[in-house]
Write a protein that binds this ligand. Structure first.
Ligand code: SF4
Ligand code: SF4
Length: 193
């Protein structure tokens, strides 16, 4: 009886092992049908998502030097350099800067700025040889980055979340193919109805 039990256990374990091997190979065979989805950066770039929080853009003329952005920043990062103008009895902005070597891109400053002079851009290419070069002054912050979709040197590719259902690969998409799910503007349209 003991011998038969041992044979039974052995057969059970063999079937289980075969099942696990089959499961593993099914993943391998599934991937063998797919093309590599490597993005040939910097010649090809993925289009950042709608809510991507990249480098901050700043509009000097809109800033009222209220320093709300400094107070809501978890690390009090933005530097607002202003002086009081006795004639107009208003604060006058002289310089504004954010150090992106320290910023955590939380977006609090953008969210709370009362005059909307701060906004998040798609810009994620911030690498430099010297981290101090990441301290952007108001001139650098005022530059708008080139959009991936408008750059003639770059082939824009849709990232996974924006591909049609079941599609894994952003190359050679048939024209007019739409992504799975709804775009934010479509959701807004539905809410307004
Ligand atoms: S994104 Fe966040 S961390 Fe960066 S400056 Fe704004 S509030 Fe501060
Ligand atoms: S919150 Fe906006 S308006 Fe106020 S200092 Fe910061 S950038 Fe300027």
């Amino acid at each position: 009886m003991k011998f038969l039990k041992q044979v039974g256990d052995y057969a059970k374990e063999t079937v289980q092992a075969a099942r696990y091997i089959g499961q593993g190979l099914s993943v391998t065979f599934d991937h063998m049908q797919r093309r590599p989805i490597t993005v040939q950066y910097p010649y090809e770039k993925l289009i950042p998502s709608e809510r991507f929080r990249g480098r901050i853009h700043f509009e000097f003329d809109k800033c009222i030097s209220c320093e709300v952005c400094v107070r809501v920043c978890p690390i009090n990062l933005p530097v607002v350099d202003w002086e009081f103008n006795k004639e107009s009895k208003k604060k006058q902005l002289k310089h504004y800067s954010i150090d992106f070597g320290v910023c955590i891109f939380c977006g609090n400053c953008v969210e709370f700025c009362p005059t909307n002079c701060l906004s998040m851009t798609e810009d994620y290419e911030l690498s430099t040889y010297d981290r101090h070069e990441l301290n952007y002054d108001n001139v650098a912050l005022g530059r708008l980055p080139y959009k991936v979709t408008q750059d003639p040197m770059v082939t824009p590719l849709r990232e996974l979340a924006y591909l049609p259902k079941g599609v894994m690969e952003p190359h050679d998409l048939p024209p007019g193919s739409v992504r799975a799910g709804q775009r934010p503007e479509e959701i807004l349209e539905q809410m307004e109805k």
